[in-house]
Structures are given as structure tokens and as C-alpha cells.
Design a protein around this ligand. Structure first.
Ligand code: PMP
Length: 444
């Protein structure tokens, strides 16, 4: 039998190169905010497995619920019959929905699959084909999801032509409109809504548009919250033309932003909402939520999937909802978020490194620090091409050397903070201290 370290070398040879990695070490254990590696290191994990293990690794109540379910029923195939955890989960989720109209559920395994299903539902319900998506948006790597993903070319490289009928519009962020950093949200919303108007008059008639798809806080594409005015504007456009608004809460959902769903900050009603990641704290589970009136139009059998809504994953999902309520996770997010923003504001005030920080933004524990560093877009008129390059990646690497896993985003010079939502004050302070040291060492 190979040792774990020997297995890592075996993996280098036998695992597809298409999979990128932050480290060549191997995870051997996860516990709360920490992961252990085969080389003996115990790392503080501010990635939460890309926003999944929101209650920390192996939360005992979630693990127990899953283990108990394993002894009872693992695979109750949803096209054969309902199973109890599937229905219990719906019972738990209904009161958490951002709008009472969201009352019809379908569970799947991954975010990408749920996005595919949402597109399918929108096309079916409206009888229209086209989808409007955001430049910078990320929705997954399967074929339909890849077509609506516009955060980085790597995700669809060599795979064109993609699913037709997708029209990207600029997200309200200064990079996308070539306006100076600091441009107001109101102005950015106006620019983006104007661009949408142009697309609807020059490229696709609104009566051919099934849905507008958006992340309320754009994730892989830079951790940028969509301004309330913009989302309200999209709602108006949808209402005017009979277009469905699909809100992708895969990364921003389940208290990540301090509210159950990020869209709650805006008061905007989604027609379809896509959920995953934090839903089951690491078990593969995603969901499409919409109005019964929409799903009643579907033909039985048009939705399904062998593992869709797996019983163990659903049981874990039920436990997640219980733990979030019983352990006051929301209060923790609000308190830790304040501390995180305060520590980043301190760093911004530092005369040595402050000028390298362009922006600190986000909500709850979905927070970004953007650096003033050229990203390779030589025509970005507002970034000094002589500033040090690749700051975010170098800072993330330095954090790793110091015992902290932290992620960048796909575009711009952004470090994203996405720690477990039940992180302690001490662990958060430990991570932000490592980050501050890494910034100082890399920037100076
Ligand atoms: N939507 C968003 C907003 C995401 O962040 C992701 C994953 N990072 C997805 C969809 C795709 O989810 P999955 O990787 O589970 O397919």
C-alpha cells in the first residue's frame, strides 16, 4: 500500500491536468476551520472548500445526521419515490426563502446541474430561447453552464461553439465600463441598465428572452455585490417583458453574506433561485427553487437525475438548517464581519501598503480585497502598468507558506475572504494577521 505522500506523486501522473490546484499536498483531515495535510501541516482554511463548508469541516451534528441516514437509506431514487429527508429539507427551507412565492423545489447534485435545470425551466415556461447573462458571471463548467459563464476564457477554451442564444451584458463594476475606481453604484447601475437596453434593442428582442441570470454578489468574477438599484432595474425589465429573473445564490446563499440569501439585501423577488454549496456543508447537493405556477408547466420526467436529491445529502441539509438556527450562526457572521472589515480598514490606513489596496468590499463573510496591480489587461486606463504585477496570487501563496489557505478570484487582483461562518474571533484574528503580514511582505 502506498503512503499518502507517495499517492500524491501517483496523483500527479494519473489525475487529469485539467484540474488546477493550490497545493500539491494532500488533505488528510478537516476539523472546523482547519485542514491537515500529509506533510504534517495544519492549515487555517479561509476557503471553506470554495464557500461550501460554511459550518466548518465535519460539523459533528451534520456528520451524525449523514451517518445515521447512511444506516437507514442511502439511495432513494427520486424518480421512483420521495424519501423523507428530501421532504424534510423542503419543509426546513420554505420559511428561509427570500420570497414566499418560492415554493417549488427540485434537488440536484452540483451548482452547474442546477443552473442547467434553471435554464431549461425558463425556456420551457416562457417558450423563449435566449438568456441574458453577466460579463464576469460564473455558473459552472457543464455545457449550458459554460455558455452562461463569462468570468474567464479558460472555462470554455477549445469548446466553442457554446450553447447558442446567450447574450452577455456588463456587470455594474468599474472595470467593465472603463470608468474610474470609486464610481458610484448609482452611476454604474445606470451604465449597466443602459447597456442592457441596447442589447434588447440591437441584439435580441425582449420577446425572445427567457431569462436574465445573475449572481447577487458576483463570485469567481471578482466578489462584487450587485447594487440594489441594478437588481431592481433588472426586476423592472423582467416584469415589463415577461422575462424570468434567475438569481444564482450558489456561493452567496446560506448566511454567507449575513442574510440567508444575498438577494434579501435588495428586496428583489427572484422567479427562479439556484442554491448549492452551503446547503449541505460538503455533501453534493444543489437545488432549483421557483413558483409552483412555473414548475406546474413541466412535463413529468423532464427533470430528474440518478443521484438527484440524494438521501444522505438531504439529511445533511436538514442538519445544516437546524445548526444554523440553534448555534446562532447569523449573529456570528455579523460580529466576525465587522471585525474583518475593521482589520482590513487598518491595513488600508497603513502608509506603506494602503496605497496598494484599491478596494475592500462585500457583505457578511463574503469579502474581497482588490489590489492596484496590473492584471494583464493592457488597456485598463485606470491601473498603473508600472505597479507590481500579480499581487493577489503572490499574497495568497505567501499566506499559504504561513499556514493559511486563502483564494484569489478568476479576474482582477482580488483576494477573497470566505471563512467558515461559525469561525471564532481568535481564528479570524489569526487569519487576518497572517494576511496583513503577507501583504506587507509582498507589497513592500
Ligand atoms: N454558480 C456559482 C455562483 C458558483 O460559485 C459556482 C461554483 N463556484 C457554480 C455556480 C457551479 O457550481 P458547481 O461547481 O457545484 O457545479
Amino acid at each position: 500500500k502506498r503512503s499518502v505522500s507517495a499517492l500524491a506523486q501517483f496523483g500527479q501522473k494519473h489525475v487529469t491536468k485539467g484540474l488546477g490546484r493550490l497545493t500539491e499536498a494532500v488533505f488528510t483531515k478537516g476539523e472546523g476551520c482547519y485542514v491537515e495535510l500529509d506533510d504534517g501541516r495544519r492549515m487555517l482554511d479561509f476557503t471553506s472548500g470554495i464557500g461550501v463548508t460554511n459550518l466548518g469541516h465535519c460539523h459533528p451534528k451534520v456528520s451524525k445526521a449523514a451517518a445515521d441516514q447512511c444506516m437507514n437509506l442511502i439511495h432513494g431514487q427520486c424518480s421512483i419515490a420521495f424519501h423523507e429527508p428530501y421532504l424534510r429539507l423542503i419543509e426546513k427551507l420554505i420559511p428561509l426563502m427570500p420570497d414566499p412565492s418560492l415554493d417549488s423545489f427540485f434537488f440536484w447534485n452540483s451548482g452547474s446541474e442546477a443552473i442547467e435545470g434553471a435554464i431549461k425551466m425558463a425556456r420551457w415556461y416562457t417558450g423563449r430561447q435566449n438568456i441574458i447573462t453577466m460579463q464576469g458571471g460564473y455558473h459552472g463548467r457543464t455545457f449550458g453552464a459554460m455558455a452562461v459563464t463569462r468570468s474567464k476564457t479558460i472555462y470554455s477554451e477549445g469548446c466553442h461553439p457554446l450553447m447558442p442564444g446567450v447574450f452577455p451584458v456588463a456587470f455594474p463594476y468599474w472595470h467593465q465600463h472603463a470608468v474610474p475606481p470609486g464610481t458610484s453604484e448609482e452611476e454604474l447601475s445606470k451604465l449597466s441598465l443602459y447597456q442592457l437596453e441596447l442589447v434588447l434593442s440591437q441584439q435580441t428582442n425582449p420577446k425572445d428572452v427567457a431569462a436574465i441570470l445573475i449572481e447577487p454578489i458576483i463570485g469567481e468574477g471578482g466578489y462584487v455585490p450587485a447594487p440594489t438599484e441594478y437588481l431592481k432595474g433588472l426586476r423592472e425589465v423582467c416584469d415589463k417583458h415577461g422575462i424570468l429573473l434567475i438569481i444564482d445564490e450558489v456561493q452567496s446563499g446560506f448566511l454567507r453574506t449575513g442574510k440567508f440569501f444575498a438577494v434579501e439585501y435588495t428586496g428583489v423577488r427572484p422567479d427562479i433561485m439556484v442554491i448549492a454549496k452551503g446547503l449541505a456543508n460538503g455533501f453534493p447537493l444543489s437545488g432549483i427553487v421557483s413558483r409552483k405556477e412555473i414548475t406546474d408547466k413541466l412535463s413529468p420526467g423532464s427533470m430528474g437525475g440518478t443521484y438527484a436529491g440524494n438521501a444522505v445529502a438531504c439529511a445533511a441539509g436538514v442538519a445544516v438548517a437546524d445548526v444554523m438556527r440553534e448555534e446562532n450562526v447569523q449573529e456570528n457572521v455579523v460580529a466576525r464581519s465587522k471585525e474583518l472589515f475593521a482589520s482590513l480598514a487598518e491595513l488600508q490606513k497603513d502608509p506603506e501598503v494602503g496605497p496598494a489596496i484599491l478596494d475592500v468590499r462585500g457583505k457578511g463573510l463574503m469579502v474581497a480585497v482588490e489590489f492596484a496591480s496590473p492584471t494583464g489587461h493592457s488597456h485598463d486606463p485606470f491601473v498603473d502598468p508600472s505597479a507590481p504585477a500579480n499581487l493577489a496570487k503572490r499574497i495568497a501563496k505567501r499566506c499559504q507558506d504561513k499556514g493559511l489557505f486563502i483564494l484569489t478570484t478568476s479576474v482582477y487582483e482580488v483576494i477573497r475572504f470566505i471563512p467558515p461562518l461559525n469561525i471564532s474571533k481568535e481564528d479570524l484574528a489569526k487569519g487576518t494577521k497572517i494576511f496583513a503580514e503577507a501583504v506587507k511582505e509582498v507589497v513592500q
